[in-house]
Design a protein around this ligand. Structure first.
Ligand code: DAT
Ligand code: MG
Length: 149
């Protein structure tokens, strides 16, 4: 099923110049970029985005971290992109994430794990609409799709 998902290079990934590497991996996989922007997350957006973790002991640090510098927010489209991109992102704790995944290749500790990816169709829809206006998303036909699908 063709889906859309929300992926975001976190402040540590931006500072460490991993934006290009992240884009490159999803591009080469065959997914299509439909929206992207460099932005600073407000306190309010951070608390809403991570609302499911409000009661967790790390919530305060998480919000502080995600608002500590610019992030690179993206929407990607493609066949099963939600679960496939989560596999490419790797496990939450980079020490458990397999080599070959983004977190497995670039991260070391759980609170600086480089990238966020939506974990279900519901969260993808919610997160895309939290971060992007519909006019910011671009839909276009890529001729290379004939060689991917
Ligand atoms: P994921 O980002 O893999 O979906 P999550 O939704 O469980 O993971 O948690 C959101 C973020 O919160 C995660 O990317 C990093 C941070 N986090 C999770 N568990 C943590 C912990 N035990 N200590 C510190 N930060 C944690
Ligand atoms: Mg999550």
């Amino acid at each position: 099923m063709i889906q859309k998902t929300f992926l975001m290079v976190k402040p540590d990934g931006v500072q460490r110049s991993i934006i290009g590497e992240v884009i490159s991996r999803f591009e080469k996989k065959g997914f299509q970029l439909v929206g992207a922007k460099l932005m600073h997350i407000s306190q309010e957006l951070a608390e809403t985005h991570y609302g499911e973790h409000k009661e967790k002991p790390f919530f305060g640090e998480l919000v502080k971290f995600i608002t500590s510098g610019p992030v690179f927010a993206m929407v990607w489209e493609g066949e099963n992109v939600i679960s496939v991109s989560r596999q490419m992102v790797g496990k939450t704790n980079p020490q458990e994430a397999l080599p070959g995944t983004i977190r497995g290749d670039y991260g070391l500790i759980v609170d600086k794990n480089i990238i966020h990816g939506s974990d279900s169709p519901e969260s993808a829809e919610r997160e895309i609409s939290l971060f992007f206006e519909s006019e910011e998303l671009t839909f276009y036909k890529k001729d290379a799709d004939a060689w991917i699908y």
